[in-house]
Design a protein around this ligand. Structure first.
Ligand code: AMP
Ligand code: MG
Length: 332
């Protein structure tokens, strides 16, 4: 398949919408990472997304909408707390998990009775959704297991020849995926940390926001997405949690302290080594981390030493990505 390069013009966006409406796949920028979009209500189109990514079919997709009201087409119920959160954080990098209407196919939600919905802040993303005239299921536009793409070039590295088109847009401003919040109960629960933190959610609601306990511990088992969903016993609330994630070709290790001696030691053994140190700048770390992993792979680096970030606020969300990319290998 030839992958079209579409420009961010009225014509390009309208073409993207048309391809999606006809059941095709288009990658497009959002403020978090590039998404690989398909008609969320078309099970065949959604299955094609899983195939293009090599994503296990039990790992559900986020459904993207263009207007707040569109959530009511997808969810049976939105409680008062969730409405407050939507008002505070939408459009933006936050996804709400809600009880789903039957119109949403099982293929989109991995067979769950819930649907994850986001109204992105990116104007380009919202224009594509509006042009398609349907909700768009869009996981990150990378091969499963690899770092998420934050530029159009990174999308093409994984998806050229596998999808219908890429909208050649800007680099993503946030750089890590949306915060996923389970809103099916009274207390919201963070299933995936992101740019919007538990502290920010608590402040809006004036009450505690819980964090899924799986986020606070090293997983007992990490599955390779290519091996599918063989394990029937481990069922975290956010199925994406059990899979290997964000891994470049190079080995990644987290260092809590000075990376220099470890770099020297590796280089003495002839291992091409690089250090990623964001000096505690969490915004910069979020924006750059995935892109840096891909860039270091291109340079043929074999070992990436990543300086740990304090797990506070946005730092907690970034360390979640860093630890996953390192397979929880921490030098301390
Ligand atoms: P990605 O598409 O790569 O951004 O990943 C989407 C994330 O949202 C995955 O970690 C999923 O497990 C999570 N997710 C999507 N839908 C649901 C849902 N209905 N319930 C819980 N988690 C979900
Ligand atoms: Mg992803």
């Amino acid at each position: 398949m030839k992958t079209l390069r579409l420009e961010i013009t009225e014509e390009g966006i309208s073409k993207a919408g048309e391809i999606i409406r006809k059941g095709g796949l288009v990658a497009f920028p959002t403020e978090t990472v590039y998404g690989l979009g398909a008609d969320a209500l078309n099970a065949d189109a959604v299955r094609a997304v899983y195939a293009a990514k090599g994503r296990p079919s039990d790992n559900p997709m986020i459904v993207h909408i263009a207007e707040v009201e569109d959530v009511y087409d997808l969810a049976t119920e939105v409680n008062e707390s969730t409405k407050k959160l939507m008002e505070a954080f939408w459009p933006g990098p936050v996804t709400f998990v809600l009880p789903k209407k039957s119109i949403v196919p099982d293929a989109t939600t991995g067979g769950l009775g819930t649907v994850a919905v986001r109204l992105p802040a990116s104007e380009t993303a919202r224009k594509v959704i509006a042009a398609s005239e349907r909700p768009i299921a869009a996981p990150s536009a990378n091969i499963s297991g690899k770092p998420s793409p934050t530029t159009a070039e990174d999308v093409l590295e994984d998806m050229d020849g596998r999808i219908d088109a890429v909208l050649m847009g800007e680099a993503c401003g946030v750089g890590i995926e949306s915060t996923v919040i389970d809103c099916t109960g009274e207390t919201p629960v963070i299933l995936r940390p992101g740019f919007v933190t538990a502290e920010m959610v608590s402040e809006i609601l004036g009450k505690e926001c819980a964090i899924d306990p799986h986020l606070l511990e090293k997983p007992s088992e990490i599955l390779d997405p290519a091996e599918g969903s063989a394990d029937a016993d481990f069922k975290p609330k956010s199925p994406g949690m059990k899979y290997k994630h964000y891994s470049p070709e190079a080995r990644v290790r987290i260092v809590e302290g000075d990376p220099a001696p470890y770099k020297k030691e590796a280089e003495e053994e002839g291992i091409r080594t690089a250090v990623l140190d964001y000096k505690g700048d969490t915004g910069e770390a979020a924006r750059r981390f995935f892109a840096d992993l891909r860039e270091l792979d291109r340079q043929g680096i074999e070992l990436i030493l990543v300086c740990a970030i304090e797990e506070k606020g946005l730092g907690f969300s970034i360390m979640n990505r860093m630890l996953k990319s390192a397979g929880y290998d921490v030098i301390n």
